[in-house]
Design a protein. Structure first.
Length: 144
């Protein structure tokens, strides 16, 4: 895929799959079945595979072989920090949706479901921003 659509296209496709997965997860309900989680989670995983693999390829392309370890460590560190910040933002959204007095043990299932749905819709919106940034920032270079 990378050789056909380039770095930005591959990352955008992965982000698009992530957005679709988040939208599928936002449709979960209190009375739904646990198996309903699987399609969205699998689609998000496929999207992450495209994004993360392409990110490592793009980040290490053109590096001196002696510097590959340092480059890979920098990419991995950025990925971990980004994941931690993303999770913190999602949890902050859920907490803000629930109010300051709420705790998981005392709240109604419908309230928690609504807060999680809101977080998934916002996460899907962020993937749209990622798609736009991938086309705006990354070169249209195709890696062969």
């Amino acid at each position: 895929m990378l050789s056909v659509v380039g770095t930005s296209g591959t990352i955008a496709a992965g982000m698009g799959l992530g957005g679709i997965g988040f939208l599928l997860l936002s449709g979960l309900s209190v009375s739904g079945h646990v198996w309903a989680i699987i399609p969205g989670t699998v689609i998000i995983g496929l999207g992450q595979a495209l994004v993360f693999t392409t990110m490592f390829i793009a980040g290490s392309t053109g590096m001196d072989p002696k510097e590959q370890g340092v480059g890979s460590a920098m990419i991995s560190t950025g990925q971990q920090i980004g994941g931690a910040i993303g999770l913190a933002v999602i949890m902050a959204i859920i907490s803000a949706s629930l109010g300051t007095e709420a705790s998981l043990e005392t709240m109604a299932a419908t309230d928690l479901n609504h807060a999680i749905r809101t977080a998934f819709v916002i996460a899907a919106s962020v993937t749209v921003l990622g798609i736009l940034l991938s086309f705006a920032i990354l070169r249209q270079r195709k890696i062969s």
